[in-house]
Design a protein around this ligand. Sequence first.
Ligand code: BMA
Length: 327
Amino acid sequence: MSLTVYCPPLANIPWEDRPQGSHAVIWRYSANPVIPRNAALNSNSIFNSAVVPFNGHFAGVFRVDDTRRVMNLRAGFSEDGLCWHIQAEPIQFICEDAELARFEHRYDPRVCWIEDRYYVTWCNGYHGPTIGVGYTFDFRTFYQLENAFLPYNRNGVLFPRKIRGKYAMLSRPSDRGHTPFGDIFYSESPDLIHWGRHRWVLGPFAPWCSTKIGAGPTPIETSEGWLLIYHGVITSCNGFTYSFSALLLDLDEPWRVIARAEPYLLSPQTPYECVGDVPNVVFPCAALVDGATGRMAIYYGAADTVTALAFAYVHELVDWVKANTAK
Ligand code: BMA
């Protein structure tokens, strides 16, 4: 069956062909890391960040930990999705409630175009981590809405359209620290303020993700279901190792998993993934898609230090998920 990818064309998607002789379903950018740790003023590290098409080029919200090791978000712009200009100052969200706007920490942003604007979700410190929600039209002025959930929660990822008439979000309830558990849940909202009808989606199921899992980039709509890339964690005697894989969710009832691959898709294996402030981490937060060709450019944080890029085709990834799902 031929797959339909419900995404607009993106002819200028960053892209590199699969290396000669390789049959891999995903391959790394040869010039990784695409964003080095010191690509912004006073940055200790730039990782776990979200990019989207913007005005014929690209824009994004970046996790920049500064040289004080304060975790915050900065906007950035790029002509080609490869060379990024990341702002010297963190985003100042405009928020009606000073209590809500007070800063504890902000990290791991996702950006999702819905209807008429770019929504940003992130891990927002409010007496512990929870899901911050905001929006922007131009990546210059940002507005902050209510937190989606009570603490503690992380990895809030919006769907790019309403489902059954409601906004929809995946999230991962957690604890205050380096959470040693974690399942993905689905929630819906009439207004992006009030969230409910929570449904369990998936928990750890294979050794590579036996500690916890969490949604990654905005889900990609296809005729076979929502293609979701997500991270999973295994605990070894040396701590956590973060890999990522992919699964398919039902289009109308996205808490129902149609297929999920047993193996990981990409695990930390290169020096920039294995060595850094937190070794052995690949953490995807964004995927650009060219609806015309199915090309994907997946942006992921590597070793909590730099941002890396990998390429795939949506239709090959969907086939791979289905072929690697346990019968
Ligand atoms: C998670 C988050 C991510 C980070 C990962 C690995 O709990 O803090 O930002 O990449 O741990 O350290």
